[in-house]
Write a protein that binds this ligand. Structure first.
Ligand SMILES: Cc1cc2nc3c(=O)[nH]c(=O)nc-3n(C[C@H](O)[C@H](O)[C@H](O)COP(=O)(O)OP(=O)(O)OC[C@H]3O[C@@H](n4cnc5c(N)ncnc54)[C@H](O)[C@@H]3O)c2cc1C
Length: 468
């Protein structure tokens, strides 16, 4: 209700902003827009929170945490603790995971209501440059934000049946721990499931067509992760593409382009996610698109002046915090605030497998391309010199990429809990810090953040606990 009017059902209401899709991008725009005094309608066909909260970031991290506890129980003896690992109660794992989701979901629903966003449940379709049709009525706005997100993709001829050939959506609600699993795709989602399932006791093989696991990361991080996975007994096959999958009597057989075959109980297809845009009226209203993605400029404006788009629907990094930032940018722009384009290299990226891979800025290879090979300095700091990492019994490295005599342009970290260090790394990158400036900052001992400090001490020419 707005001033006594039932705005959600009143066709004469013209909102300042009508948002199609209530995932990370859409709801962030709604909350920020409402905070800035915009009259906002948020249309969602399923649950506010979208992929991240219900089928993505949050449930996967809950599974990974359950896996970490299982590993700690198995490995407790090396810390002098007598615990026994009896097995995984998958119903219990789901109960824990669903409890986390439902708590956050309730909180988010409360936020949307308290900020006086008009929430409309239903499947919407863009019906003009300033309206969305939903539940048989037209919702009008001065501006429309498209935020319909993405869904799991497959490969030609590979049908996801939800039973033996599954996507991440199915994997998150699987009622058992698979005895064996093939994971097609060694990107973020693939390696996170590989890590969690291995911790639960599955025999896991990852198939990646490119040369490395997490192939968009700095090559050093990929190699460190591969070494750690090998040690954990997670198998992987790199550099050869998938050819076909067939059912066997009790599972699935995957054949690669070179004829190599793999068999397992289950095949998880984790080859990426595609935009949700088909049949939603975008093209009919003249929105410029490319392979299903909505094209935007650096202010998230489409070619239609009254329409913006954010999140996984646009061809930027598919991350929840990118969706939040893009949604906030749109809300602030429409409210008349000064906005600045997002520097996507400055967005922190974390893969939450065991060990974690975290980075911000550019890779060494990219830095060499941009600045020239002789203008780039790279330094690796081994976590073996870091007290807290030793206590946690994790190994790994922090790699810094610096423009010679200039700022740090890349931070690449591998090791348990290194995802938590990416906050400082992002300040270093985004404030264009010089190694000597970071070296000046005192880091608490013993913490893993100290490793970042020590890496910069070494890069500034005064290494402390650093072995060559
Ligand atoms: C397994 C997995 C793990 C992930 N882990 C992480 C992570 O750790 N960190 C991270 O940053 N990112 C992670 N992501 C990515 C993250 O979830 C997405 O980048 C983010 O959810 C994108 O937000 P979005 O708003 O663009 O789209 P979505 O979250 O997909 O939301 C789109 C919403 O639009 C709704 N919708 C679609 N069509 C219509 C319609 N016609 N009418 C009404 N509503 C509609 C959908 O129901 C959905 O709720 C993960 C993703 C997956 C799949």
């Amino acid at each position: 209700m707005h001033g006594g009017r039932d705005v959600a059902n009143d066709a004469s209401t013209v909102f300042d902003l009508v948002i199609l899709g209530g995932g990370s991008g859409g709801y962030a725009a709604a909350l920020r827009g409402a905070q800035l005094g915009l009259d906002v309608a948020l249309i969602e066909k399923d649950k506010v929170g979208g992929t991240c909260l219900h089928r993505g970031c949050i449930p996967t991290k809950a599974l990974l945490h359950a896996g970490e506890i299982a590993d700690q129980a198995r490995e407790s003896e090396q810390f002098g603790v007598k615990a026994t690992f009896e097995g995984i109660d998958i119903a219990g794992v789901h109960k824990y995971k669903d409890g986390v989701i439902s708590g956050l979901y309730k909180g988010l629903q409360g936020l949307v209501a308290s900020r006086k966003v008009t929430y409309i449940e239903g499947e919407g379709r863009l019906s003009s440059p300033t309206s969305v049709d939903v539940n048989g009525r037209r919702v009008q706005g001065r501006h429309v934000l498209l935020a319909t997100g993405s869904v799991p993709k497959s490969l030609p001829g590979l049908e996801i049946d939800g039973n033996r050939i599954i996507s991440s959506d199915h994997a998150l609600v699987l009622d058992r721990v698979p005895k064996s699993a093939i994971i097609l795709g060694g990107g973020v989602i693939g390696v996170e499931f590989a890590s969690a399932w291995k911790s639960f006791g599955s025999d896991v093989t990852v198939i990646e067509g490119l040369k490395h696991l997490v192939p968009v990361e700095d090559e050093n991080s990929s190699k460190l992760l591969e070494r750690a996975f090998r040690k954990r007994g997670i198998k992987f096959n790199l550099g050869t593409f998938f050819s076909k999958a067939e059912y066997t009597a009790d599972g699935v057989k995957v054949t690669l382009a070179d004829g190599k075959e793999f068999e397992a109980e289950i095949l998880l297809v984790a080859v990426g996610r595609g935009p949700v845009s088909a049949g939603l009226g975008y093209e009919e209203q003249g929105v410029a698109m490319d392979r299903g993605y909505v094209l935007v400029d650096e202010y998230m404006r489409t070619n239609v002046p009254t329409i913006s788009a954010v999140g996984d629907l646009v061809p930027t990094l598919q991350l929840a915090h990118v969706g939040f930032a893009e949604g906030i940018l749109v809300a602030e722009r429409l409210a008349g605030l000064k906005t600045v384009p997002i520097d996507y290299d400055g967005v922190p990226r974390v893969t939450y497998c065991h060990p974690e891979v975290a980075s911000v800025g550019i890779t060494e290879a990219k830095a060499k391309e941009i600045y020239g090979a002789d203008k780039v300095v790279a330094l690796k700091y081994n976590l073996a010199g870091n007290g807290k990492s030793k206590i946690l019994n994790t190994s790994g490295e922090i790699k810094l990429v610096q423009v010679k005599d200039g700022a740090v342009v890349g931070v690449h970290m591998v090791g348990d809990r290194m995802g938590e260090q990416v906050g400082e790394a992002q300040l270093i990158y985004n404030w264009e810090a010089l190694p000597a400036e970071v070296a000046q900052l005192i880091h608490a001992h013993p913490t893993q953040s100290e490793a970042l400090g020590e890496a910069h001490l070494a890069l500034a020419g005064k290494p402390l606990h650093s072995h060559d």
